[in-house]
Design a protein around this ligand. Structure first.
Ligand SMILES: [Zn+2]
Length: 247
């Protein structure tokens, strides 16, 4: 029995090494594929045309609020966070200031810890706090990341909303809409939409702001694509390239 210990450590070490090697290999292959398949020749902005503007990236929903749910159980809140993380990473690598409203699977109603009772109002405080975070940055562009869902399965494609409070919002939205059509979804003829009061943050924010519904979880094919890592990277890259052209 006593001799078993060193063996089990050795086995554990072996398994750990094997797993680590596999993870590195998998990531390497995935990255290689992404770079190799660069028929996706999206021009990327240089960091020099973009100073002192902070991109506030807001992955919608979180925690007890999953957002829309796909037929296969995919949760909107998870996809939102995945894509937001990628956009954030691209910004940081590019030298663009960026901030995430949430980096974890949580709602933000208790973000500031300043109220004691949220009963029945979690969603209200969550949105208020996201707005507050977005407005903490003086020179910022707000970018909300969401997924769409509809009762009929046939609808697909990204839909972009812009804040009615500034002209720049509309400009950023049309730029992104054009890039998505040119580089990612040639059949997407959706027009950008001016947000009404149903989109609380866009309606109330002072900074330029857009919200991207990245795709429809109710469309089988689009749901499959959104669950694909490479597709998400392309989508995030397109969003990043477009918001970076804001100034
Ligand atoms: Zn949503």
């Amino acid at each position: 029995m006593q001799e078993k210990k060193p063996i089990s450590y050795a086995v554990k070490f072996f398994i750990f090494s094997l797993l680590t090697a596999l993870i590195i290999l998998t990531l390497g292959v995935a990255y290689g594929k992404f770079v190799e398949k660069n028929e996706y020749s999206l021009p990327l902005p240089s960091s020099t045309n973009f100073d002192e503007v902070t991109i506030v990236i807001d992955p919608g929903h979180g925690g007890e609020d999953p957002g829309s749910v796909g037929a296969d159980g995919t949760l909107e809140k998870d996809l939102n966070l995945e894509i937001a993380r990628l956009v954030y990473a691209f910004c940081i690598l590019n030298g663009t200031e960026a901030r995430m409203t949430r980096t974890e699977d949580t709602l933000l109603y208790d973000y500031y810890g300043d109220l004691k009772d949220y009963t029945g109002q979690k969603k209200v405080y969550d949105l208020k706090n996201r707005l507050k975070i977005a407005e903490e940055e003086e020179n910022a562009l707000y970018l909300g990341i969401h997924m769409n869902k509809f009762s009929q399965e046939r609808y697909s494609g990204a839909q972009i909303y812009y804040s009615p409070n500034s002209e720049e919002s509309q400009r950023v939205a049309s730029n992104l809409s054009k890039k998505i059509k040119d580089y990612l979804q040639p059949d997407n003829n959706r027009k950008i939409k001016r947000a009404d009061s149903s989109i609380f943050i866009l309606k109330n924010i002072e900074n330029p702001a857009i919200l991207v519904e990245c795709g429809f979880l109710s469309n089988e094919n689009e749901l499959k694509m959104l669950n694909n890592e490479e597709y998400r990277a392309k989508l995030a890259l397109t969003i990043f390239a477009s918001v970076c052209e804001y100034k």
